[in-house]
Design a protein around this ligand. Structure first.
Ligand code: F6P
Length: 344
């Protein structure tokens, strides 16, 4: 058999560990060859690829951040227009099954390709952890460790200066990184996209904490967090990018100004940004990515097309791509309430 593999969307720690596992399993367990397409779907549209072999170089991929195949976001329209070219590239390279590794956009495209009759097995990735039908995606644990480590460090400087610190973390639609890093680092408030916030309530919590004689206040803010419609604050409009994604205008910086104006407290902002996505994966993510890769290669050889590998409890299984891409996995209110027990 010949297996094609690609990485799409934003990168994330653990992508190379999946590639390594797909190559190793396909070659050693099944005697199959693996072709890596470069820069996401573009590699298929432009027939740009590399042969991947289970050698020493492949083995060193386990700990390497980013993706050796490169990645890109591709507009769904470009894929629709390019379907014939995609089929041609797969034919020309003798690819029997394609394994796209990606987040919401890449897996939605994979679902569509599968509906068009292309044999596909999906692998979910994203630091945001917002893919449905899997308990976790690799990359999330690494991002969580980076965010938690950063917030741990902010406590002492915030306390020394008696400041309010706002830490903006990634999380476009889902607040998993904010929620868990907030709980893990003992933050005093967490704002997530799923629970629109009231600026007055944020200020109340800050005031209450300082009135109790405490010396600092740390609030973790997901980049996608928004004030409630009836809140006395609104965010600057950023419009949308070429993929239809909302352009963020910096919620933490805007909230900082509101807090300073309202309660005259010194506020500092730290935006962690892409630091959360870079570097080597944690041991947990290395293991999860490896297990996803092995199981994706098995699924490809077993003919389990149109499926996505998924973690349920301790077990790796398969779920239909169509199910997994129906909706995002958002933070339920009950989980937010757990974090809220420590607010203020
Ligand atoms: O991968 C998801 C994500 O990390 C989001 O949290 C974030 O909004 C986005 O990617 C950033 O993407 P880019 O790398 O295109 O700036």
């Amino acid at each position: 058999m010949r297996i094609g593999v690609l990485t799409g969307g934003g990168d994330c720690p653990g992508l190379n560990a999946v590639i390594r596992a797909v190559v190793r399993t396909s070659e050693v367990r099944y005697g199959s060859a693996v072709v890596g397409f470069l820069d996401g779907w573009r590699g298929l549209l432009e027939d740009r690829r590399v042969h991947l072999a289970a050698d020493d170089r492949n083995d060193r991929l386990l700990t390497k951040g980013g993706t050796i195949l490169g990645t890109a976001r591709t507009h769904p329209d470009q894929l629709r227009v390019g379907l014939d070219q995609i089929r041609q590239t797969l034919d020309d390279n003798g690819i029997d099954v394609l394994i796209p590794i990606g987040g919401e956009g890449t897996l939605t495209a994979a679902t569509w390709l599968s509906n068009e009759g292309v044999p596909v097995v999906g692998v979910p990735k994203t630091i945001d952890n917002d893919i449905d039908c899997t308990d976790l995606t690799f990359g999330f644990d690494t991002a969580l460790e980076v965010a938690t480590g950063a917030i741990d460090r902010l406590h002492s400087t915030a306390e020394s200066h008696q400041r309010v610190m706002l830490v903006e973390v990634m999380g476009r639609h889902a607040g998993w990184i904010a929620l868990n890093s907030g709980i893990a680092s003992g933050a005093h408030m967490v704002l997530i996209p799923e629970q629109p916030f009231d600026v007055e309530e944020v200020c109340r919590q800050v005031k209450r904490r300082f009135q109790r004689g405490e010396k600092h206040f740390i609030c973790v803010v997901a980049e996608g967090a928004k004030p409630a419609d009836d809140s006395a604050m609104s965010l600057r409009e950023g419009g949308v990018d070429e993929f239809g994604h909302e352009r963020f205008t910096g919620v933490a910086h805007q909230l900082a100004i509101e807090i300073e104006n309202r309660i005259n407290k010194e506020v500092r902002v730290t935006v962690l940004g892409h630091v959360q996505r870079g570097g080597t994966p944690t041991p947990f993510d290395r293991v999860l990515a490896t297990r996803f890769g092995v199981n994706a290669a098995d699924a490809a050889h077993n003919g389990d097309y149109g499926m996505m590998v998924s973690l349920r409890g301790e077990e790796i299984g398969l779920v239909p791509l169509a199910e997994a891409t129906k909706q995002l996995k958002l933070v339920p209110e009950s989980r937010y309430r757990d974090a809220a027990a420590f607010f203020g």
